[in-house]
Ligand binder design. Structure first.
Ligand SMILES: Nc1ncnc2c1ncn2[C@@H]1O[C@H](COP(=O)(O)OP(=O)(O)OP(=O)(O)O)[C@@H](O)[C@H]1O
Ligand SMILES: [Mg+2]
Length: 284
């Protein structure tokens, strides 16, 4: 169990369990920027190291599983975490350990981004870990945020590439989560062809369409990491409000659109550049 809160604050403590992208556009570093930009105190557990820039991934180093466990246990024993975002986990062993420790600590508001492939096309998750993710980690997740290719892999089918297929995929993905409690699927349509894109938010009952114009840019490194951590940062802040999950996701997407739109103000690398996490705070 988490320690009973001796200290309380309206600023939520939010954790990212993910990999490190040294270029800071994705992974734990981007998650921490997101938490900070959106009014949450950020913590990080490092599940994998990558050698990576805006053009590609040169290598992956997965730390010993026991050390991932020690990071989680040491943190949860002291800090009340109001939400946890999970990103790149690298191996089946780390996936199993994270799942087991999150269950032990009864982690709240777990937002699981089932990262499998980087924007550059490089693989970030061992094949053997996918079954482990579905079996052990999905039961711990309050929300999963797959992109279209990941939805295909999780369902054992071709990734959806029309809105109609996305509806069906969102319904089938919801069936992979526990049926009897509140759980959400956020199916991201960034990979849809065409100028209009749409994300779907589904809880098994309401299917909410979240359309957006596609912003013409190559600075889309880490959009997925950034969105899932924005949702994790905002869920505790909307708790108790009207339709809190929908409100958190809408705010997260609106903020991300601003971050993509203003990404051109940054000059980072020669490939897919990062989004501007502090667009709402720094002068234009
Ligand atoms: N060019 C764009 N313009 C506007 N919104 C976008 C664009 N690209 C992606 N998005 C939005 O960004 C979010 C992330 O979606 P995407 O499908 O790119 O995730 P992803 O593939 O997991 O990203 P990543 O490669 O960073 O892991 C979604 O809300 C999607 O609608
Ligand atoms: Mg992604």
């Amino acid at each position: 169990m988490q320690p009973s809160s001796v200290r309380t604050s309206s600023i939520p403590n939010v954790l990212s369990i993910a990999g490190v992208d040294p270029s800071g556009g994705a992974g734990v570093l981007a998650d921490l920027k997101t938490f900070s930009a959106l009014g949450a105190y950020g913590c990080g557990v490092i599940a994998a190291l990558t050698a990576q820039n805006t053009q590609g991934v040169a290598g992956v180093h997965v730390p010993p599983t026991d050390f991932v466990r020690l990071q989680i246990d040491t943190l949860f024993a002291d800090v009340h975490l109001h939400a946890t975002k999970i990103g790149m986990l690298g191996s089946a062993e780390v996936t199993a350990t994270v799942a087991e420790r999150l269950a032990h600590w009864k982690a709240e508001n777990v937002v699981l981004d089932p990262v499998m492939v980087a924007k550059s096309g490089d693989t970030l998750l061992a094949k053997s870990a996918i079954a482990m993710m579905r079996e052990a980690l999905f039961p711990q997740a309050f929300m999963i945020t797959p992109n279209l290719p990941e939805a295909g892999v999780l369902l054992g089918q071709r990734g959806p590439d029309t809105v109609k297929e996305m509806y069906r995929a969102a319904e089938r993905l919801r069936e992979l989560l526990p049926v009897s409690s509140e759980r959400w699927v956020l199916l991201k349509g960034g990979h849809l062809p065409g100028n209009d894109l749409i994300d779907l938010l589904f809880d098994g009952d309401r299917m909410i369409e979240l359309p957006a114009p596609r912003i013409e840019t190559k600075n889309t490194h880490g959009t997925g990491c950034t969105l899932s951590s924005a949702v994790a940062a905002l869920l505790p802040q909307h708790a108790g409000g009207f339709r809190p999950v929908e409100a958190a996701v809408r705010q997260a997407r609106l903020w991300l659109l601003g971050a993509i739109a203003r990404s051109g103000e940054l000059a980072v690398g020669h490939g897919h550049g990062p989004v501007h996490h502090f667009h709402a705070l720094w002068p234009q």
